[in-house]
Design a protein around this ligand. Structure first.
Ligand code: BES
Ligand code: MN
Ligand code: ZN
Length: 508
């Protein structure tokens, strides 16, 4: 998708569709009750005029995601005018523009429209933040998960695609100062969709080996160092927890290391991003029920997120050293698989009693965190579709975030404030340490049903040790369960944008 900025007058622009935001300007506190008072948010009076009859008709309310399409809008050079509702004016922010851009894309691409111009609302919104949000939202909306539908047009290069090809962002002032925001928005958005691409693939087409190949190819394109370690090396490193999971599968595991080492970075900061890459989670010998098991192809979303984050970082070039460590394996039952009751010795030397082979994510991450520490990482973040319990706790709305220090949490919270990604902090009090006790080993990998997301985090903490660390449990948020106006059902790419902001926050 091409994206560009223009400071053309909206009414004078020739385009297949001009998109403008409609907001509800009712002031409820001034006694105006339920009647909406929609207004077209465009600095160009000719555009507001073109929508006059539509507004007068009462058809438009301005409520969030409402779309109204007008053909041959009077007085405009555009062929169509699309009003996208953005809710009440008071609550409207730049972050909402992301969802509105996605909504515009998803509305128009279904109508055989291939290009449009989005006019930034007047009043303080012609900012880099808004431009970035618009670009990101447009890419998010353009993603289509229907890869293997045989009538899908965009698989064939010669055929017309069922997606938007061109988006022009109309800004009321000089476009030059916003050019950098457009470029960085593109980088993040393309990395975001790259991650969603990886997550969307089924497990027969996204084995650990294929994931490693995709990471390697991306690394070569953007100038990252990439190293892939196989089964022998994993055993040599004494990653008994990782290997315990991998040993049951015929597909070889992969430990993928991506390195970003810019010149001029601080010597004492080295961020480690650790991702859970279970390309399919059957549960192992503690096998999962058949119902919904197909979804366990997205159990590598944490890994895909870290790989996509590294892509964005390599292109945005913040001055901070970052290493990603991806643990990729299947979790399968077989004659070679680990069994409940088995004891594994992790890379750190700690022993783990396997109570449930379906609690495999924490096992592979345990060795990933130790390896990151061994490599000299000074601050750690992991992302994982780790527990069903986090879905019980927070539903599909918030990802769970755990932080071993308030400073790490504050930095991450600052990042999520900028990206609008929803995350809710869960506790790591010492009292919870009781949970992970084992009779026979240093700890057990599973136990009580209660506080399951916290259990998993407490377990990981044993391996992060004293290194400042954040854990993101994205089990409930990495997959959209339904279509939304701005995003298709399927992989969400959650956490990537916040991770990129978080990393940028360390740049010197
Ligand atoms: N991959 C699952 C967690 C998951 C659940 C991801 C739902 C996405 C959606 C994880 O490996 C798992 O199976 N966790 C178990 C742990 C339990 C056995 C202690 C769970 O949450 O049920
Ligand atoms: Mn599992
Ligand atoms: Zn899993």
């Amino acid at each position: 998708m091409n994206t560009s900025l223009s400071s053309s007058v909206p009414s004078q622009l020739e385009t297949d569709c001009l998109v403008v935001v409609a907001l509800d300007r009712t002031e409820k506190d001034k006694g105006e009750k339920d009647k909406p008072s929609p207004s077209v948010e465009c600095p160009d009076a000719a555009v507001r005029d073109a929508a006059k009859d539509l507004i007068a008709s009462g058809e438009v309310t301005g409520k969030m995601f409402e779309t109204t399409l007008l053909h041959r809008p009077p007085g405009l050079k555009a062929k169509r005018l699309l009003l996208v509702g953005g809710g009440t004016a008071k609550a409207f922010s730049a972050a909402d523009l992301r969802k509105l851009a996605g909504t515009a894309v998803r509305t128009l691409k279904g109508k055989n429209i291939r290009s449009f111009a989005f006019a930034l609302p007047a009043g303080g919104l012609a900012t880099p933040e808004s431009v970035r949000a618009l670009v990101e939202g447009a890419f998010i909306g353009n993603f289509d998960p229907g890869y293997y539908k045989s009538d899908r047009k965009d698989k064939d290069k010669d055929k017309e695609k069922d997606q938007i090809d061109d988006v022009t962002i109309l800004v009321p002032s000089d476009a030059k100062p916003l050019e950098a925001a457009l470029q960085s928005g593109r980088i993040v958005a393309e990395s975001h969709n790259f991650t969603r691409d990886l997550v969307n693939e089924p497990s027969n087409r996204m084995t650990p080996t294929i994931l490693a190949e995709r990471a390697r190819k991306m690394a070569a394109e953007v100038g990252l160092k990439c190293e892939v370690l196989g089964a022998d090396k994993i055993r040599q490193l004494k990653m008994g927890a990782f290997w315990g999971v991998a040993q049951g599968s015929d597909e070889p595991p992969a430990l993928i290391v991506l390195r970003y080492e810019p010149e001029g970075a601080a010597k004492d900061v080295h961020l480690g991003l650790v991702g859970k890459g279970v390309t399919f989670d059957t549960g192992g010998i503690s096998i999962k029920p058949a119902d919904g098991m197909e979804k366990m192809k997205y159990d590598m979303a944490g890994a895909a997120t870290m790989i996509g984050t590294m892509r964005a970082i390599a292109l945005l070039k913040p001055k901070v050293k970052v290493t990603a460590i991806i643990l990729a394996t299947e979790n399968m039952p077989s004659g070679k698989a680990q069994k409940p009751g088995d004891v594994q010795i992790a890379m750190s030397g700690k022993s783990i009693e396997i109570i449930n082979t379906d609690a495999e994510g924490r096992l592979i991450l345990a060795d990933g965190l130790s390896y990151a520490r061994q490599m000299g990482c000074t601050h750690l973040v992991d992302a994982a579709t780790l527990t069903g319990a986090v879905v019980v706790a927070l539903g599909y709305v918030n990802a769970g975030i755990f932080a071993s220090t308030d400073d790490m949490y504050d930095r991450f919270e600052k990042a999520t404030e900028q990206t609008g990604e929803k995350m809710w902090r869960l506790p790591l009090d010492d009292e919870y340490k009781e949970l992970i006790k084992s009779n026979i080993a240093d700890m057990a990998n599973a136990g009580s049903r209660y506080g399951g997301a916290i259990f998993a985090a407490m377990f990981l903490k044993e391996f992060a040790e004293d290194t400042p660390w954040i854990h993101l449990d994205i089990a409930g948020t990495a997959w959209m369960e339904e279509n939304k106006p701005w995003i298709a059902k399927g992989p969400s790419g959650i956490a990537l944008r916040s991770l990129v902001e978080f990393v940028k926050g360390w740049s010197v």
